[in-house]
Ligand binder design. Sequence first.
Ligand SMILES: Cc1cc2nc3c(=O)[nH]c(=O)nc-3n(C[C@H](O)[C@H](O)[C@H](O)COP(=O)(O)OP(=O)(O)OC[C@H]3O[C@@H](n4cnc5c(N)ncnc54)[C@H](O)[C@@H]3O)c2cc1C
Length: 490
Amino acid sequence: MKSLWLENIKVNDIKKLNKNIKTDILIIGGGITGITTAYELINKNLKITLVDQNLTGHGISSKTTGKLNYLQETIYTDLLNTYNLNTAKLYLKSQRDAIKEVEKIINYNNIDCDFNWVESFVFTDKNEDISKLKKEKRILEKLGVKVYEHDNININLECLYAISVKDTAIFHPIKYILKLREICKNNNIDIYENTKIINLEKKTNYYVAHTNKFKIEAKKIVIATHYPFFILPFFMPIKTYIEKSYIIADNINDYYKTTYITASNPCKSIRYHKDNKNNYMIYLSNSHKICNNINEKKNFDKTIKEANKLNLKDTYIWSNDDLITYDKMPFIGKINNDDNLLIATGYNTWGMTNGTIAGIILSDILLGKNNIYEKIFNPNRHTITKLTKYPINLMNNMIGFYRTKFNKQKTWYPNNIIFTKINGKQVGIYKDNNDISHIVYNKCPHMGCSLIFNEIEKTWDCPCHASRFDIDGKCIKGPSKYNITFKNND
Ligand SMILES: Cc1cc2nc3c(=O)[nH]c(=O)nc-3n(C[C@H](O)[C@H](O)[C@H](O)COP(=O)(O)OP(=O)(O)OC[C@H]3O[C@@H](n4cnc5c(N)ncnc54)[C@H](O)[C@@H]3O)c2cc1C
């Protein structure tokens, strides 16, 4: 029950931080964002250190569908509504630049990561979305893109109208990221894994990043952790919401150089993958705001049922979540205009391109170079959406929080998952196949939400900000900094 991308993947040469160190630039997080930033800083006469709480590439980036695509649902219409044609044009250029950069890096380093050019489609089965897609086509054409129109697609899903572009790509994200890890290590970048940063301390001219035992003194820090592990500065919970989706991959006979995505939510997304031995179809569906549908078994079952109709079995099955910003623009750049504290996240489910362009933008900022995209992605930008959407989001956060507290509906769980109190504290108990009970505290250390049990991936998941814990309470995904391991003598 894991992502297709983690099949047969082995990580060698793992080093954990075991002393206090000093560095010029500390990159926290080794997903597509962190590792690309590190790669772009090779040979710049700076001491670069990257740390990851798990293994490089094993976060959100290991559970993506791995499309390198600039045709992103109807994003150019959204950008035109909030901004203007020039901003939409710059965003388009950034995504195309990112695809070219990935191809350049692959070719230069001879990376074997199943990269292929493909035709990408956005389609709809709803009459009301046809005009929306036609508008997207007109905008794209205004921006100079050659767009094709279709009244059906080559897959067994209902389609009333579709548009496509031909110069997009796919790859194996983990093979790519792990090769960048190797290149970085060979070029004197220190990578410490299983090393979690739990606190940042601002000094006059530098920062100190703390693990639970050691300190890293850094002149500049890049937060590439997907969701930041701190609440202030930046206060991410009111600036974004989280969208979760369910994914299935299975072997199929044929391979097609096409990808598909629906024009509106709940999203369906399809791509093919080919490695040395097999062909696969990857099917994603049922995307929703994380706090809305909290019966995970039902969510997975829905996707399994749809995938079965396409003759796919759940050979690989997993879920994944990403941060959605209200203006559909990522946050890439300085936090609160601090030259020494940079962030990149909020990719609206398009982080393979945005994480790549973030690597270029952040490295330019760190090297004191101008970058044409710095302004549009500025995390401190002011938009009208801030005034309207932030209060709504704050309210949704509260509703999500209280839903997890009072909706103790837990009736949908089988008998081996129990919610109860021990010593006055809420706990969750999972009894495994050998009847061994695994007990955890049922409260997310991040902001106090109650957790739900994910029966497919066997994790305790936070339905507010997507922290994840294993069955024994170890935090395997932030923003939580702490475990929820039950201690009998507490
Ligand atoms: C279902 C789904 C499908 C998607 N498909 C696509 C797609 O086809 N194409 C596309 O472009 N995008 C896609 N995306 C989006 C993309 O996968 C993400 O935006 C991207 O992977 C995020 O990369 P990242 O580097 O920011 O985060 P991550 O890959 O999560 O990397 C962050 C790293 O930081 C580490 N970390 C976190 N906290 C700490 C800490 N305190 N200390 C040390 N390390 C820490 C984590 O262990 C992790 O390795 C998809 C997203 C979803 C949800």
